[in-house]
Write a protein that binds this ligand. Structure first.
Ligand SMILES: O=c1ccn([C@@H]2O[C@H](COP(=O)(O)OP(=O)(O)O[C@H]3O[C@H](CO)[C@@H](O)[C@H](O)[C@H]3O)[C@@H](O)[C@H]2O)c(=O)[nH]1
Ligand SMILES: [Mn+2]
Length: 781
């Protein structure tokens, strides 16, 4: 029994709702697949210290690893620590000679000295240099790339290298827990303050005049390997240098590779210098939060019988000084706990761009256990030609790659400054051309989310991956704050992910023709398909107001039996999500914040990402990596702007805010008009409680925007956005009004017909009674 004022819109609205619900159900099923068989691994590097307190060489290391495998969702509840009974669990204990622990090359990328202040990068580097690792001086090396080629960053790193000589032994001696100086010196002003002031007072022209930073594009800060701490290497690209001199002159080959380009240069430079079989990479806004992080990772890299189990080891992203209850829905704690531990039971965690240990072998596109028979075949001279087409012309690089591919030991280079010329050659920005770099080798080009794409390629070559959960968390980073920064980040991610689906790197192809597992492919499809949710959420957001404004309904009336079905779905779906947050030990507020941010992001950032990728496909626009700002509390304590509320949503005039503003306005208008109609209108044809609930729920979800409509300063939605949004609303209203008139006109014609042809009308009436579903006007039309 739909509204009998005619038009047949009730039917159309119902059909639209059905299509949307079908899509949401599909995504829900994909999510169930991803979360169905969660697994978690626990690592025990401390066994080492307990058993061998006296360091008499050669020492032995015991690496323990335990996997708790839980087959069903229900048993997950409350199990925050490994379960000793119940579920399946197994222990693997392996013995390693300490001098067998592999070397690790550690990479840091930075791109913009303004958005990413050099002090931030310096802290990342210092925390890496100070990690606990047996034989750190020989086995660890740190490489920093700077896409912005900033002399100030260069100067800061040079100062940091000096500071490290004091800082690293200090941390070791006193067992400092968090080895990023800005955390340690948060309260006591000290030597570190001098460093900070030197860096902050440095400006580009004076640094250049003093000659710092104007030297080689690949520079070696502390090239001699020492016993106590790792070497540090700074890589500046030649093309970026041009960029600094002649504005915007980046080489076309690197222009659109962004971080992936930097990672490939780091990989190649480190290959010809230290060639460690394991590589750790970090964003410049992160620091090592657990000094034993590398040891924990070794448990997972060496602890399996089969190397195929750990192509890479990803630590969950955690954030320091995070806002309470995740007001911007970007801390993803529940996501990492539930989704990623679920994917862990399939082919393994996704690579998330930072805090990840890779096997160099896996990054080189080599499948697991690639030796034995194949090794005998390919080690001949023809393999060198193959190496050359894969890795490019550098003799030294090919030599090092050969050692990696066939697990041959590399001779450690003690004085890496002898490798400068070689390193220069492989860091050239056009080295990639005509090689497999950026495709089958290294970080994959062609997406703004090079991380997920590169991880997917590694899975597709047959590797699994592992999520490393340690206590305290291994690494900490900074999450953006405020509406513009958060939505920009969500937009960039969604753009990059959606690019993957419509490219030749589509995971379905990888499942059909490569070794990506089917269920893992379905899990990838969830994140790649984020922007696809936008059109459906937009439609759904319009349905409620549409029905209220045109006196129709797409849900059963509250008095009908059918009403309990959508109500039960609504309640059970949200209760389930709520329970997930409870299981993760998060607050109810955190659940609500994430829920509403999902609604907001779906119709703003994802909608825009959808459009951007469409336009790019049509060749009408290009995608750009917009670097996230990372100032926060790290450099200064005067950070907070006028004691304001950092958790409150802020706005700017970006188009990303228009759709939500329009939807918020429209829903408010619709509720008011609908309520007016319900109170003063005729009792017939009034939309039901369901439609009111839909609109009300959306207004609650969009509450930050409702506040923004009346807010001031950056808390207020700018007039330009409000104007564009109201134009949109008005446009819709006009369209619907026109449609309403049209329908009324038709109804009048029908009434005229009634008089003229009473008999025909009677027949109609009878048949309607028989069919008993279609309204009069519909039938006649
Ligand atoms: O042209 C570029 C752009 C960025 N970066 C570096 O990439 C990292 C991440 O950039 P950020 O703006 O902080 O982006 P986020 O969204 O915070 O980063 C997440 O998402 C990115 C993909 O969108 C991944 O690359 C990151 O590793 C992952 O942490 C930073 O270290 C940047 O310095 C470059 O080196 N070159
Ligand atoms: Mn970041």
């Amino acid at each position: 029994e739909h509204g009998d004022d005619g038009g047949g819109g009730g039917g159309a609205a119902w059909r639209v709702a059905f299509v949307c619900e079908a899509w949401f159900t599909f995504v829900w099923l994909l999510n169930m697949n991803a979360k169905w068989s969660p697994v978690r691994f626990d690592t025990y590097p401390e066994n080492l210290a307990e058993r061998w307190p006296s360091p008499s060489p050669p020492r032995l290391v015991v690496l323990g690893i335990r996997a708790a495998l839980r087959p069903s969702i229900s048993t997950l509840s409350g199990a925050r620590r490994p379960r000793t009974n119940g579920g399946y669990s197994f222990d693997v204990v392996l013995w390693y000679r300490i001098d067998e622990l592999p070397a690790v090359d550690m990479f840091v990328t930075t791109a913009d000295p303004v958005l990413e202040p050099p002090v931030v990068t310096v802290n990342t580097v210092l925390s890496l240099l100070a990690v606990d690792y047996p034989g750190a001086g020989e086995k660890l090396a740190c490489y920093v790339s700077d896409d912005g080629c900033s002399p100030v960053t260069y100067y800061a790193l040079r100062e940091a290298a000096g500071f490290a000589r004091m800082w690293v032994p200090f941390c070791r001696r006193h067992g400092v827990a968090v080895r990023a100086p800005f955390r340690y010196f948060a309260s006591t002003p000290d030597e570190y303050d001098k460093l900070v002031h030197r860096i902050e007072d440095a400006d580009e022209t004076t640094v250049l005049r003093q000659g710092g930073g104007d030297g080689e594009f690949t520079d070696f800060m502390d090239a001699k390997r020492r016993n106590d701490h790792p070497a540090i290497v700074k890589v500046i690209w030649d093309n970026s240098k041009n960029d600094r001199i002649g504005e915007g002159e980046k080489s076309p080959t690197h222009q659109h590779h962004y971080k992936a380009g930097a990672m490939n240069v780091l990989t190649r430079v480190s290959a010809v210098m230290t060639n460690a079989p394991i590589m750790l990479n970090m964003d410049c806004d992160m620091f090592v939060n657990n000094p034993r992080a590398v040891l924990h990772a070794m448990c997972l890299l060496l602890g399996f019988d089969d190397e195929a189990n750990s192509g890479f080891v990803q630590a969950p992203q955690r954030f320091y000084d995070a806002l309470k209850d995740d007001p911007f829905g970007n801390q993803m704690e529940c996501f990492f706990k539930r989704f990623t531990s679920g994917v862990q039971g399939l082919q393994g965690a996704f690579y998330a761009g930072t805090g990840c240990f890779h096997r160099r072998k896996a990054v080189y596109g080599v499948p697991p256990n690639f030796n034995g028979a194949e090794r005998e075949d390919t080690i001949g001279s023809s393999s060198y030609k193959e190496l050359r087409t894969r890795f490019g012309n550098s003799e030294e690089l090919n030599e090092s790659a050969k050692n990696i591919i066939w697990d041959l030991p590399s001779k450690p280079v003690m004085d890496i400054s002898t490798r400068i010329e070689v390193a220069k050659a492989v860091s050239a920005c056009n080295y990639d051309i005509g090689t497999c770099w950026g495709q089958e080798v290294g970080w994959v080009y062609g997406s703004l989310t090079e991380d997920i794409l590169t991880g997917q390629r590694i899975h597709a070559t047959g590797w699994r991956s592992v999520l490393m959960e340690t206590d305290p968390p291994a690494f900490m980073g900074s999450a953006p704050i405020g509406g513009p920064a958060c939505l920009t980040q969500f937009k960039r991610w969604a753009t990059g992910l959606f690019e993957i689906i419509i490219s030749r790197n589509n995971p379905i192809l990888a499942t059909m023709f490569m070794r990506l597992k089917f269920r893992q492919c379905l899990a990838y499809l969830i994140v790649h398909g984020w922007p696809l949710r936008a059109p459906f959420e937009l439609c759904y957001g319009l349905l409620g107001p549409y029905c209220l404004l045109t006196n129709q309904s797409f849900l059963p009336k509250a008095s009908e039996d059918g009403f309990s079905i959508p109500l039960a779905l609504f309640i059970s779906y949200n209760t389930y999500n709520f329970m997930e947050y409870m299981v993760c030990g998060l607050s109810a507020r955190a659940w609500w914040n994430n829920h509403r941010m999902q609604r907001i992001v779906s119709v703003s950032a994802w909608a825009l990402a959808f459009l951007i990728v469409l336009l790019k496909t049509l060749g009408l626009s290009e995608t750009v990596f917009e670097v996230t700002g990372k100032d926060k509390s790290i450099s200064d304590d005067d950070g907070n702007t006028d004691g304001a509320d950092p958790g409150r949503f802020t706005f700017d005039s970006s188009p990303v805010f228009i759709p939500v503003t329009a939807l918020a306005m429209l829903n408010i208008v619709a509720i008011n008009i609908g309520a007016w109609g319900a109170v003063f209108g005729t009792s017939e044809g009034v939309p039901g409680a369901g439609e009111f609930m839909c609109c009300g729920w959306l207004v609650l979800c969009f509450f930050p925007f409702v506040r923004g409509l009346v807010g001031k300063g950056s808390y207020g939605i700018p007039w330009s956005v409000k104007l564009k949004a109201s134009l949109l609303v008005a446009m819709r209203q006009t369209l619907w009004a026109l449609k309403g008139c049209f329908v009324k006109l038709l109804n009048h014609t029908i009434k005229a017909n009634k008089l003229l042809n009473f008999r025909q009308q009677l027949l109609n009436y009878v048949s309607i009674r028989q069919i008993n579903t279609t309204p009069v006007s519909n039938f006649k039309l």
